[in-house]
Design a protein around this ligand. Sequence first.
Ligand SMILES: [Ca+2]
Length: 130
Amino acid sequence: MTGGAGTDSVVLRAVQVGGRTRLSLGDGSNTVYADDSRFAGPFYLAGGRDADNVYLDTVASTTAATEFLGPVLMYLGAGDDSLTLAGTADVHQSVVVASTFVAHTGAGGFSISTSSNVVFLFGIRLRTPL
Ligand SMILES: [Ca+2]
């Protein structure tokens, strides 16, 4: 999926991706929601300049987690970016990561929010190099 220079909003709800997921959203303020979804292959997300906000399994009152079985790589680019991993209202606001999870942030601010419902299998940790 490729977005242009304008504002892009991507909502993935109960999506099952068997292969590679690639979201190249370009400049402009981009927002990505993924809930109750399963990404079996590598997950790549690139935002350009401007603010990018990524919400992974933050919708309450669902019955499933969001699972990343392959490596996750995000380039959020310049601008004030945020990454929210799971909500706190119920246990099904949950993110399961089975491989690596790397988020690169560019110039500008970056905030990350996680909850206890984030599970990194095999001792993998979230890494956010600047
Ligand atoms: Ca959920």
